[in-house]
Design a protein around this ligand. Structure first.
Ligand code: NAD
Length: 378
């Protein structure tokens, strides 16, 4: 059976769904691997490296022969025309609010898996694309913030005088936020952080940053069984805003990462808070593609306010470290594919009762099968 790795068509997607390492591993499972020419270029993996690892270098049309397609982004309707019915497609499907695109996957007859729905259980840790990509996004957010900031981050005591350490505030300390704290600390900043989940408090402290939050009864119950944050009440949000407003006014760089699964991102920084910051301060909004945490953030742009505060809203932040992001993403996909292949027959044998399959399968046999989307489509 054949695995095909296409070149991503989205101009804003430099990542690729395989690496030389995973090509070798996929071949080891008994699969024939075909990589579209140029698929790895923007992740600094030339065709020759894929070929050396055992892949055949092909063209876009080879998708028609594929039993499995590994991608970064969901294939669009035009792209799907090249797929044969029954093909297994594994990608970040981003189905929320994209009903027509999900319907198109079903109509094409492909078995589509949404990697971002992988349950956060021990067995699936190596398949957790949200974590692998958020970790790099958290790192890159600090790098982007530092490069827009026109002062140094570490305290520097020199013969010519002292440069004070920058104050960095991280809002939302899941995977991205924790890496942002670690990165800002490595650069010598004085770091504070906030979150609505009590578990975050200890993690922030263990990284040497100070935790700041409204720790009321609602805070104590803000973590879902899945480990994510709940959407907080209007009352809590007001208390949180009152607490953080004064703090934000004193910060040099604010990095926001707050997300709620399946919901728009919470608004954490108002226009008034942005205006309260000193000229030259920087906000980096990692949630900008999901509605944004910062008022005035524009997807894909660096906005400079009248008061000379910059609001950074880069799209696809993991893609800004594409070479690293692709290596980790490719390994996440491989770890999942390995569970779908029968080791003796060396063919695809999807166990539809497996919890990982049940959690991630979006379409199958011409239908939308994921419980969160099947009903809405009826
Ligand atoms: P996420 O991307 O969904 O959200 C980012 C952060 O924003 C979260 O920490 C969340 O609590 C926070 N947030 C949401 N609303 C907020 C608000 N109003 N104000 C401030 N902060 C707010 O989260 P994530 O990075 O996916 O991580 C969620 C949890 O899952 C973390 O505890 C993480 O450590 C855990 N996790 C577990 C595993 C595993 O067990 N395999 C893997 C990865 C992550």
């Amino acid at each position: 059976q054949t695995v095909f790795i296409p070149r991503e068509l989205d101009a804003n997607e430099p990542r690729v769904a395989a690496s030389p390492d995973t090509v070798k591993r996929l071949a080891g499972l008994g699969l024939d691997v075909v990589v579209e020419t140029g698929a790895g270029t923007r992740s600094r993996i030339p065709d020759e490296e894929f070929a050396k690892a055992g892949a055949v270098i092909g063209k876009a049309g080879d998708v028609a022969k594929a039993d499995v397609v590994l991608k970064v982004r969901r294939p669009g309707e035009a792209e799907l025309k090249g797929y044969k019915s029954g093909t297994t497609v594994i990608a970040i499907m981003d189905p929320y609010g994209n009903d027509a695109a999900v319907a198109a996957l079903a109509k094409a007859g492909v078995t589509a898996f949404s990697m971002e729905f992988m349950p956060r259980i021990t067995r699936a840790q190596s398949m957790d694309v949200l974590s692998s990509q958020a970790n790099l996004a958290g790192y890159q957010a600090v790098i982007d913030g530092a490069s827009e900031y026109d002062r140094a981050l570490p305290m520097m005591m020199t013969a010519a005088g002292t440069v004070p350490a920058a104050k960095v505030f991280i809002m939302g300390v899941g995977v991205a936020g924790l890496q942002a704290i670690a990165t800002a600390r490595r650069l010598g900043a004085v770091v504070t952080a906030t979150d609505v989940r009590p578990a975050a408090k200890e993690q922030v402290a263990s990284l040497g940053a100070k935790f700041l939050a409204v720790e009321d009864e609602e805070f104590k119950a803000a973590e879902t069984a899945g480990g994510y944050a709940k959407e907080m009440s209007k009352e809590y949000q007001a208390k949180q805003a009152a607490l953080t407003a004064e703090h934000i006014a004193k910060q040099d760089i604010v990095i926001t990462t707050a997300l709620i699964p399946g919901r728009p991102a919470p608004k954490l920084v108002s226009a008034a808070m942005v205006d309260s910051m000193k000229p030259g301060s920087v906000l980096v909004d990692l949630a900008v593609e999901r509605g944004g945490n910062v008022e005035g953030a524009v997807p894909g742009q660096v906005v400079t306010t009248a008061n000379n505060v910059k609001i950074v809203g880069h799209l696809n932040v993991p893609g800004r470290v594409a070479a690293s992001a692709s290596l980790l993403y490719a390994r996440n996909l491989y770890a999942f594919v390995e569970t779908l292949v029968d080791k003796t027959t060396k063919t695809l044998a999807i166990n539809r009762d497996d919890d990982l399959v049940k959690a991630t399968m979006l379409t199958d046999g011409g239908k939308i099968v994921h419980p969160a989307f099947a009903k809405a489509a009826e």
